[in-house]
Design a protein around this ligand. Structure first.
Ligand SMILES: O=C(OP(=O)(O)O)[C@H](O)COP(=O)(O)O
Length: 258
């Protein structure tokens, strides 16, 4: 029997989602379309009568901005928002900033698919020579983490995302859910995929075909042991959701960038 409802949300479209670049730990704001997606998401959740008690976000602006816009559209701005780097997007290492379609032209679509969707392959590490290295590691927000900056990731597989996310899930999110709070996690494509893999017990192989579009809330109904009692529900117009999923999957195809 369903005891708890948990909502996962990949933030609305960011500027680099539009440009088909690996964004990851670079702090991009939402695009105009992304703002609209987040507002539409909030309106939909309000129409369906959902109420949140607590929102968790990463420390990247696009997930925080999305949480604010959702709460504003729901008229629930007062709901507390708690932030942690442990919900950040997967660290894409030296791939950060690169265009997926150009990478597919250079390295082949299969290689890009492995980098994007394999469970335990870590992309090449970012180092000091990378154009976004200083922007990331000199950012004051990373002095607030529960690990020193030198120990923060330099690239992560999906498995490594789950390894850094799970302690936070267990210590901080789970007690709130067990206390009966309805939680929204406003995060990222891959941090949400990692959590979904854990909660739904998805195999290392099958997680490769799980794709989350931006701005679409995912509802999980959980039993008393926080195990899903039914398949995840992506809320909204199902034809639009399927088209948005295909668009994300096609980002790794070797077509000329626009
Ligand atoms: O920043 C990213 O995700 P996000 O838009 O959910 O924050 C990644 O670049 C997503 O890339 P992917 O869909 O190739 O894994």
């Amino acid at each position: 029997m369903s005891k708890y409802k948990l909502f996962l949300l990949r933030h609305g479209e960011g500027a680099w989602n539009k440009e088909n670049r690996f964004c990851s730990w670079v702090d991009q704001k939402l695009s105009e379309d992304g703002v609209k997606e987040a507002q539409d998401c909030g309106r939909l959740l309000k129409e369906q009568g959902y109420k949140f008690d607590l929102v968790f976000t990463s420390i990247l602006s696009r997930s925080i901005q999305t949480a604010w816009l959702v709460l504003e559209a729901m008229g629930q701005e007062w709901v507390p928002v708690v932030k942690s780097w442990r919900l950040n997007e997967r660290h894409y290492g030296s791939l950060i900033g690169l265009n997926r379609a150009e990478m597919a032209q250079q390295h082949g679509e299969e290689k890009v698919k492995l980098w994007r969707r394999s469970y335990d392959i870590t992309p090449p590490l970012i180092d000091e020579s990378h154009p976004y290295f200083l922007e990331i590691y000199n950012d004051r927000r990373y002095t607030t983490c529960d690990v020193p900056i030198k120990d923060l990731p330099r690239a992560e597989s999906l498995k490594e995302v789950l390894d850094r996310l799970l302690p936070y899930w267990n210590s901080t999110v789970v007690p709130e859910i067990r206390n009966g709070r309805t939680v929204l996690i406003s995060a990222h494509g891959n941090s949400c995929r990692a959590l979904l893999k854990y909660l739904e017990g998805i195999s290392d192989e099958d997680i490769a075909s799980v794709t989350l579009p931006t701005g679409i809330p995912v509802l999980l109904e959980l039993d008393e042991n926080l195990k899903p009692v039914k398949p995840r529900q992506l809320l909204g117009d199902q034809a639009k959701i399927q088209a948005a999923i295909k668009k994300v999957e096609d980002q790794g195809k070797a077509k000329p960038s626009t």
